[in-house]
Design a protein around this ligand. Sequence first.
Ligand code: PMP
Length: 419
Amino acid sequence: MPSWLSLYYDEPIEITGGKGNRVTDAAGETYLDFFAGILTNMIGYDVAEVREAVERQLAKGVVHTSTLYLLRGQVELAEKIARLSGIPGAKVFFTNSGTEANETALLLATVARRSDEVLAMRGSYHGRSFGTIAVTGNKGWKNSSLSPLNVHYLHGTDRELPAFRGMDDAAYIEACVADLRDVLATAVTDDAACLIAEPVQGVGGFTMAPDGLLAAYKEVLDEHGILFISDEVQTGWGRTGSSFWGIGNHGVVPDALTFAKGIGNGFAIGGVVARGDLMDGLTANGVSTFGGNPVSTAAANATLDYVLDHDLQANAARLGPVVLDGLTPLASLPTVGGVRGKGLMFAVDMVDPGTGAPSPKLAGAVLEETRRRGLLIGKGGLRGNVLRMAPPLTLTEEEAREGRDALVEAVRAVDAAAR
Ligand code: PMP
């Protein structure tokens, strides 16, 4: 296996089973899962509705036929997603992953605009393919500097960048818009094809732009006819609590929206939902052989129905503060640089208590401490020092308290040892 595939923990965890919002490892330990396979097991593990939908499909004897034939489950899913997207005349194309979804969206936008110039955000992550690495603004995840696109970076959602630290929301948005206008006036040779942005940067460390920033961007983009792609791979399906899509928090509807991860609750499926004219702008044949296959769409239809039937967006809105209010006091510790959250996405920045510099070492230490307390969390961020928590949307209040308390204890233990 390649050296760039890295595992969490000093001793890797081998997950062998799951039930509800917990997983079990090969050693028989059980963990409350506050990372859910990077937001993939969106409604937890071994969900009867999803298992039965998949088993019903398997029992029909058809795992795959390809999109050369009518796939009723795919059409049903596309109709639901088109409706939920709010995009007028929306059409949907299914892929196997978020990377492939973003590739497709970039293709639509660059073809529609006949431009290879693309705006992206510093700190972003959009995938591991040639095109999506090109719009990824996070060096740690950029395995090539070569690019099929001409990319210009906006400074993005990282409010800790020195020039923007301490600004209030309105001043920050104003500075960001001025930056966008400046990039368009001085750096972009043609009118650009699109802006691609995550409403909350996932891999970048759950950095959160003030609500309204992306609307302010869109106003400027519209003046130039530049398209807007919202990468909802981490922020879709009610994750942020206050809106079904991350972009909804900004009060705008994008031209294209990409999704993956949680929608299959573990089964491989992603896709793009876009304005019909953009989708139909591609004229040659196109296929993703396994994209939207009958098994993955059965899982995705069941997962999406579950999310809607149980109003899990409201659950995220209700339980987000239960966790965040408990984490917020950690911000006064010398080893904690910041705490933030939106719905069921939470981040804690670990810093060196002496210098205040980002500390990946302390973030790693917290991961080990949470493991000892039966809790799985993630880490990430541009500087590797961000603890990232995103439990399944099916989290219960009791589990919210349990996970929060285990995390608080773990951070406090690491803090005490670091002083
Ligand atoms: N976009 C975002 C925002 C992501 O977080 C990821 C995965 N971490 C991707 C795209 C790529 O998705 P995949 O790994 O399914 O290709």
